[in-house]
Design a protein around this ligand. Structure first.
Ligand code: P6P
Length: 334
């Protein structure tokens, strides 16, 4: 590859779209990229250091906290918080908001899931970090509050994820396309590998946990019957691909096409996934890549947030595939 473009250089070039941001956005995204390198360093060694397994703690979600979850959370808060660019943060691992050190100089809010899919960590299945960045609503960082963390998804100034898999890839958008960078451990840099990612209008994969079939409503059950019928004219049956790690399932469908559905269930009436640091950032990325993201009825980015950890159903991926799943959810398709 002749012109090696690092993520830092690419972010700097994106800055031209934000003349008013005076370089802040560049610094924010570089902070996130730096934190991702620290998390990656431990994730890829997880089997060699005493960082696997459980901490014995239960997080705000009522889930057992993995050591690597906690490590990633602490690393992101400290590595990013130290530069004073964020006035406030919200993490999947913390019940309330986080006011980082030097917050008085920050003009942005950061929402993140430090290590999504952590139940897969000990068995070496891809996991991921997801992040979402907003400009503060007011102009006094010292007055930053939960309302700065509860803005509509369409207010995001940047969003992205890091997938720790066979290779480590960081994907981000600032509203000007979606770009992917693969980590090269020989030089310690994320290098541009997927410029201007666009997702196919339709795919051949559907991702849903069919083990929850008994918990699904009639619309979801009819959708599953439909997507598995033989009909070459519409490319059916689709193939099922479900890793149980949102970032991994999303990333595959983003590149190859397909649909990911986490619908309402009797166990999770509002879906299981989190709006602010899972659905919103991935929806921003998906739409920027030409895809679609809803809760089965409403555009994810238009949902008015009310709580930091609120859940939402998630229908996300190729436009044509998402619309079909929505039509069953809404009873439009018999
Ligand atoms: P289920 C992992 O715990 C996670 O939050 C997402 O990464 C993943 O898509 C989902 O939950 C899997 O949930 O109920 O299918 O096991």
């Amino acid at each position: 590859m002749s012109n090696l473009i690092t993520i830092e250089r690419h972010i700097l070039e994106q800055q031209k779209f934000f003349p008013e941001a005076s370089g802040e956005l560049t610094d924010l995204l570089n902070d996130v990229a730096f934190a991702a390198k620290l998390v990656r360093r431990e994730v890829v060694r997880a089997g060699l250091v005493d960082i696997l397994g459980f901490t014995g703690n239960i997080n705000v979600q009522g889930e057992e906290v993995k050591k690597l979850d906690l490590f990633a959370n602490e690393k992101i808060i400290s590595a990013i918080g130290q530069h004073g660019r964020f006035a406030i943060m919200g993490s999947e691992e913390n019940e309330g908001i986080i006011i980082p050190p030097k917050n008085e100089t920050g003009n942005y809010a950061l929402l993140f899931d430090p290590l999504d899919g952590s139940s897969n960590i000990d068995v070496n299945v891809s996991v991921g970090t997801i992040f979402s960045i907003y400009k503060l609503k007011g102009d006094d960082p010292c007055k930053a509050s939960i309302s700065d963390c509860l803005q509509h998804g369409y207010e995001q100034v940047a969003a992205g994820y890091v997938i720790y898999g066979s290779s480590v890839v960081m994907v981000y958008t600032t509203g000007h396309g979606v770009h992917g960078f693969t980590y090269d451990p020989t030089i310690g840099e994320f290098l541009l590998s997927h410029e201007n990612i666009t997702t196919p209008k339709s795919g051949k994969y559907y991702s849903i946990n069919e083990g929850s079939y008994a918990q699904f409503n009639e619309g979801t059950k009819k959708y599953l019957d439909y997507i598995k019928e033989e009909d070459p004219a519409t490319g059916r049956p689709y193939s099922t691909r479900y890793i149980g790690s949102l970032v991994a399932d999303f990333h595959r469908n983003l590149l190859t096409g397909g649909v990911f559905v986490y619908p309402p269930t009797t166990k999770h009436l509002n879906g299981k996934l989190r709006l602010m640091y899972e659905a919103n950032p991935l929806a921003f990325i998906c739409e920027q890549a030409g895809g679609r993201a809803t809760n089965g009825r409403t555009r994810i980015l238009d949902i008015q947030p009310t709580e930091l950890h609120q859940r939402t159903p998630l229908y996300i991926g190729s436009v044509d595939d998402v619309i079909i799943a929505e039509e069953f959810e809404q009873g439009i398709r018999p």
